[in-house]
Design a protein around this ligand. Structure first.
Ligand SMILES: [Zn+2]
Length: 374
């Protein structure tokens, strides 16, 4: 898809024409980083970014947790962002319920890291285990559809499980480890809104997925209910902490014996397969470009460092072969069947029925009515 387009790289970050929707200004700067730098400045003004606003955020979280057992629920993956956030909030005196969604793809290291974080913080910890047969069918449907959103089933399950845990404990705040430093830039075509249930259900139904029974579905309507009726707030504390991914890895390693995986979100076998192999080969899409560009926008990496890192291939041949065999085995495919699916042309979400326009209108309405973004 991307190879047909002449390559142009942004002069400020490292995003390029592998995002078909990228736009450049006269100076060769792309709309992603221009928008992201402006967004961070705006978030600072709105007091939703920057360590100077940390005390107010903590106060809000404590007030929400007053009289309750927990101040917030935090989803923990075994990756650096959520581990660092758990330790930081512990040090700041907050009481968290840690929830991990086990989708069957955790690496051994992820499990060890999660255990270490739970032990070091003393926080209560729950594992939400997905019904594997059902979940496998959903993942396989997305893989067969050959859409970018191979990880959307996991994203939905995570949101659904966290909200369920919060509801069952009367928790009003969800602490998210998402942050502008490592995830500020993400093109729409690289990850379409996971809360569009029309799109989700269409893919599951049309590509041989199972009827949804135990899967913790979580779409826009549920999100709206949680926020407007239950009053649930999602906070992004990493945006208020001194969070630098590189030093965070070292801190975690020294303090709790945490181990690095090498890549962002490589705590899951499937995520590693999707981000380092499936997306680069099927869509010419390299997630590292979005991560590195986000880091550049917050001054945590230089463009030269990013370009040097991108010189390295997104995957190692040997690791890919192992990942492919593992993925085929787990999904119940022969290696020929997997290869046939991998060879199908990639498709973007807009080739399928979706509620994009309805959802954008709803998001605008919600913001106008509450002054908040969903
Ligand atoms: Zn740019």
């Amino acid at each position: 898809l991307s190879r047909a387009v002449p390559l142009q790289i942004c002069t400020f970050c490292v995003m390029d024409t592998s995002d078909p929707e990228i736009r450049f200004d006269e100076a060769g700067r792309c709309h992603h980083c221009s928008g992201q730098v402006a967004k961070i400045a705006r978030l600072r003004v709105e007091q939703r970014y920057g360590s100077e606003h940390l005390p107010a955020l903590l106060e809000r979280m404590r007030r929400a947790g007053a009289g309750r057992r927990y101040d917030a629920v935090l989803g923990i993956s075994g990756g650096v962002d959520s581990a660092f956030l758990a330790l930081s909030l512990k040090a700041l005196g907050l009481r968290l319920l840690l929830v991990h969604v086990d989708n069957g793809w955790d690496t051994h290291q992820a499990a060890t890291n999660i255990r270490k974080v739970a032990e070091a913080t003393g926080f209560d910890y729950r594992s939400y285990v997905l019904d594997w047969k059902e979940f496998r069918g959903i993942q396989l449907a997305f893989l067969k559809a050959s859409v970018v959103e191979a990880e959307t089933p996991t994203d939905i399950a995570l949101a659904g499980a966290l909200h369920r845990a919060a509801a069952s404990e009367g928790i009003a705040v969800l602490a998210s480890a998402s942050n502008e430093a490592s995830e500020g830039i993400l093109p729409r075509l690289w990850h379409y809104n996971s809360k569009d249930m029309r799109y989700f259900r269409h893919i599951v139904r049309s590509f041989g997925g199972p009827p949804l029974r135990r899967f913790p579905a979580f779409g826009f309507a549920t999100e709206l209910y949680e926020k407007a009726v239950r009053g649930v707030r999602i906070v992004y504390p990493l945006n208020f902490l001194d969070f630098d991914r590189r030093t965070a890895v070292a801190t975690l390693r020294d303090r709790i014996g945490w181990r690095d995986y090498g890549g962002k979100h490589h705590e899951s076998h499937y995520t590693r397969f999707v981000q380092s192999f499936l997306l680069p080969t099927k869509f010419g899409l390299d997630y590292r470009k979005a991560t590195l560009s986000s880091l550049i926008c917050v001054g945590q990496a230089t463009r030269e460092e990013a370009l040097a890192e991108l010189e390295r291939p997104p995957f190692e041949e040997k690791a890919v072969e192992e990942d492919k065999s593992y993925v085929a085995l787990k999904l119940g495919l022969s290696s020929d069947e997997l290869e046939a699916i991998l060879a199908r042309p990639g498709r973007y979400y807009h080739a399928f029925p979706n509620n994009e326009r309805l959802l954008s209108a709803a998001y605008r309405l919600f913001k106008a009515a509450t002054g908040r973004r969903t």
